[in-house]
Write a protein that binds this ligand. Sequence first.
Ligand code: CA
Length: 342
Amino acid sequence: MADAPRKSRLVSEVDFNKDGKQTGFIRLFHSTHDSAYGFLPIPIVVVKNGEGPTALFTSGNHGDEYEGQVALTNLAKSLDPARIKGRVILLTMANYPAALAGRRVSPIDDLNLNRIFPGDPDGTVTRQIAHYIDSELIPLADFVMDLHSGGSSLNYVPCALATQSNDPALFQKQLAALRAFGAPFTYIQGGAQGQGGNQTLGSGAERRGKIALGSELGGCGTVNPAGLAIAERGVRNVLVHLGILPQSDWVEPPSPTRFLDVRGQDYYVYAPENGVFEPLVALGDTVAIGTPAARIHFTETPWLPPVEITFKAAGIVMCQRIPARTKRGDCLFHLASDLKIA
Ligand code: CA
């Protein structure tokens, strides 16, 4: 006989099946020197009205990415249960300890929440959070969107994204939801080649047959106002698209989204040496194969010439590294190229 699936130890203060707006915390018990019987309070908001689809929005999966956290914090206050049909679940600080510290990874176990799905109910704090989201929250949802940005070390052209589902019908639903989200740019990545592979929150949602979307709304560890505006409009438009908010809430995006492709290592530029990174292109630039991308300067050996790196693919510069001090293997840029959608 197979072992029964292990249950999460996290306890929700909110009732997911109750109509109205429920606010509170998911309790993650964490016994420390300072707090023997204490819990980590992971904030959660559930807005429900009768029957209808469920949308789960998460942010703070990486704790130093803020546009999504602000968009969902605003939505938590503005969503009126009387105006919706179905249910909206908001997890503003998915990796609560990381978000509280303003760091990509948890200060408790040094884990990256978006690299450990489906998690472990008996694992360290971040593994328990992943397991709770995967086994308790995602199953409640029809639609899951995990709002990211570039964090402290990267900056992005604000965009939405999806990892292409292997199920063609589900992929069409991803595309329709991405059009509704209406970011100026949307990139599609292949499953195995996406950052995080199959250990991300989004891949957890996809494994359970949910419509899974993501975003990269800016970065540099700050709030990008353009990225925030895209998220605020996009999240509401997705709720209209799903039938949760009324059609009258639709706000037409200034232009249809431009679909882009990010596939394969050639789209990424990495530092070949340790040194100081001088970018030779700007975010949003269109580049060709061979366009100079960056120089790495050797300030410790100033008599040596810098190394110049060129792009190995053509496309739009979607992502750029922020800190100048760079180690061999750091990602400096990634590109995206136009994608024809059938
Ligand atoms: Ca991220």
